[in-house]
Design a protein around this ligand. Structure first.
Ligand code: SF4
Ligand code: SF4
Length: 171
């Protein structure tokens, strides 16, 4: 993946993304000139391209560095997969941030050999990650925050800059 195609590597992404913070603030302002329909279409096209290009099993940054959101009705299945009683599982591994429930293990307890060991039963939030298919991409803070973690999001946004001929002059 990254090495052969010169895409951002899962380890370099944190530093490079930090260096591009200001540039991205200007790019997000630039996106306001375009309609959401146009941007969402371009993002979708780029997303499909990079899904094919980037191998998640060589990355797993999302499973290593984020705490996945879960639904109440997913806890029983997760406890079963962990071989634990539901109440004990909830007390040990589930937390609430004021808005949503999430699994409080980093890296995720279900990550094994860079792969999800419960792939077919993984939480919906994991299945939908990195959420690039949401409408009104340009306004979605949760997607933009994934720029510094997910190589797919990083490459989609960098490719979008090229397609829109965005130029950032750091003076
Ligand atoms: S449940 Fe699976 S996909 Fe979700 S964070 Fe854990 S290892 Fe990753
Ligand atoms: S979705 Fe993004 S962060 Fe997660 S494994 Fe794939 S490339 Fe890495």
């Amino acid at each position: 993946m990254s090495e052969a195609n010169n895409y951002i590597s899962p380890t370099e992404i944190f530093t490079v993304a930090r260096a591009k913070q200001t540039e991205n603030i200007f790019f997000r302002k630039e996106l306001k000139k375009f309609s959401s329909i146009i941007i969402d279409e371009q993002v979708k096209k780029l997303m499909l391209h990079f899904y094919n290009e980037i191998d998640c099993t060589k990355c797993a940054n999302c499973c290593k560095h984020l705490e996945p959101g879960i639904e109440d009705n997913e806890i029983e299945k997760l406890a079963e997969k962990k071989g634990m009683d539901v109440i004990e599982f909830r007390r040990t591994f589930v937390d609430f941030d004021g808005e949503a429930l999430f699994l409080k293990t980093k890296p995720c307890m279900f990550l094994s050999d860079n792969k999800c060991s419960i792939y077919d039963s993984r939480p919906q939030a994991c299945a939908l990650y990195p959420h690039l298919e949401q409408e009104h991409f340009k306004y979605k803070k949760n997607v933009w925050s994934n720029y510094s973690i997910c190589p797919i999001v990083f490459e989609v946004i960098e490719a979008l800059k090229l397609e829109l001929k965005f130029e950032y002059k750091n003076s």
